[in-house]
Design a protein around this ligand. Structure first.
Ligand code: GP9
Ligand code: MN
Length: 432
């Protein structure tokens, strides 16, 4: 029944955060270029190996304090759905599922009110998504139609002679071959590029991956910086094409890491390379490693800089919509605009743990972010604050699950919004 919606809408209405007027609409009407950095963690930014920056190009974007708004306390919030959970959160501002992938389990039939459809209906955006792997992976060939993507260019669209490595063609080939197409998309457009080369087990060869490895003796950790460097070169090349074609100047770039690349079980080996002591490494340190990049790069903008507020993937769509001058108030979204003075800085992990600016709560145990030490919230008088955050995290996750598991968006259509009909989309290269 639709009754379950009452509680959900009460939550999202009460939780809504109005835009900061100084950020509202700053990218209005610009093309949107979303770049999904596969398995890319924040620690890679500004990191050096043998004196060389791992990601000099991304560093130049992150550290551009005029044209880029970058976040250094931004966390991924994925569960078992990994890439697909990140995509779902970023484009719907609802959480992935407690088990499995929402795209796979519910993506074929659920009703969505997602970024491509919202931008199309509110501001006339066309949309396209590009990915160098087969279209059926994570059920994307079905889900993207329900998200309102007008076109999906998967492996079959790219040169058949392109070399495959791991989960698809190399990012440099993928990005190079999309540019010609991008120039012909109807403007303004919303486009997404899902990279793939920086994916475990971080396969490399000497021809394409010309960067020193780390020397920890753990090959996953050691090769990660090499594929990350390759991804960085791919982006530099992509930006060069976009500058030459004139698309760059009239676009906003939203760049994010989808989830960790080094799992908790490998973090002790990574610790040495980061100059940290592996013998004192704890669950607290694992949680802090879940930071991933998020940056909005806006050519010609002059008020950028590093943002320190805490946030997560659930917050991205409200933030983007407000930058585009679209109020997210009438939509059911669980995140809040990162720039809003009312932004909720408690970051929910999919298992119910959370990080806030002061504390990290893991399995009912509280750590002080300043010291990394376990604390007793009662003795310190902070138990009410922690309990309140914990309650809200659990509530948000369970209401989001109810919304998705019962497909409740089919009972709520915001005023002025037309439900997406997947039959309207024909992905030529895929559907034949
Ligand atoms: C595959 C790619 C990887 O198409 O998006 O997904 P992941 O394994 O990271 O969830
Ligand atoms: Mn991924």
């Amino acid at each position: 029944s639709s009754n379950g919606l009452t509680d959900i809408m009460k939550y999202t209405k009460d939780h809504y955060a109005a835009a900061d007027p100084s950020k509202y609409g700053i990218a209005k009407g610009k093309n949107i270029i979303v770049i999904h950095l596969e398995s890319f963690q924040q620690f890679l930014i500004n990191m050096k190996v043998d004196g060389q920056e791992v990601t000099p190009f991304l560093n130049s974007l992150e550290n551009d304090n005029k044209q880029t708004l970058a976040f250094d306390n931004f966390f991924h919030e994925v569960g078992q759905g990994k890439t697909s959970d990140a995509e779902n959160m970023l484009e719907t501002s609802t959480f992935g599922l407690p088990q499995g992938s929402l795209f796979t389990q519910l993506g074929s039939d659920n009703t969505f009110q997602a970024a491509p459809a919202i931008l199309n209906q509110e501001a006339g955006y066309s949309s396209a998504v590009f990915h160098g792997n087969v279209g059926s992976f994570w059920n994307r060939d079905h889900v993207y139609k329900n998200l309102g993507y007008q076109d999906f260019f998967d492996r079959s669209y790219f040169n058949q002679s392109d070399e495959n490595l791991g989960y698809g063609i190399l990012d440099k080939d993928m990005l190079k071959e999309t540019v010609g197409h991008l120039e012909h998309l109807q403007q303004p457009f919303y486009s997404k590029f899902l990279t793939v080369t920086n994916h475990t087990p971080y396969l490399t060869d000497e021809k394409n991956f010309n960067f020193p490895s780390l020397k920890t003796g753990n090959s996953t950790v050691d090769d990660y910086v090499r594929t990350a460097h390759y991804l960085d070169e791919s982006l530099r090349q992509f930006f060069d094409y976009l500058k030459a074609s004139g698309v760059y100047q009239n676009s906003i770039f939203m760049i994010y890491g989808d989830h960790f690349g080094i799992s908790d079980s490998n973090n002790k080996d990574l610790a040495k390379a980061l100059g940290k002591d592996p013998t004192t490494w704890s669950k607290f340190n694992d949680a802090q490693m879940q930071r991933v990049p998020l940056m909005f790069h806006i050519p010609g903008y002059t008020n950028g800089g590093i943002q320190h507020q805490y946030g997560g993937e659930i917050d991205v769509l409200p933030t983007l919509l407000h930058l585009m001058g679209i109020d997210n108030k009438k939509y059911i979204q669980f995140g809040t605009d990162l720039f809003s003075p009312q932004h909720d800085q408690t970051v929910a992990f999919r298992n119910g743990d959370f990080v806030s600016p002061n504390y990290t709560e893991l399995g009912g145990e509280t750590y002080d972010n300043k010291t990394g030490e376990k604390i007793d919230p009662k003795a310190l008088g902070v138990a009410p604050e922690i309990d309140k955050d914990q309650k809200q995290v659990k509530q948000a996750l369970s209401l989001s699950d109810k919304l998705n598991q019962e497909n409740l968006l089919r009972f709520y259509t915001p005023e002025g919004f037309t439900p997406v009909d997947p039959k309207n989309y024909d992905y030529h290269n895929l559907d034949k």
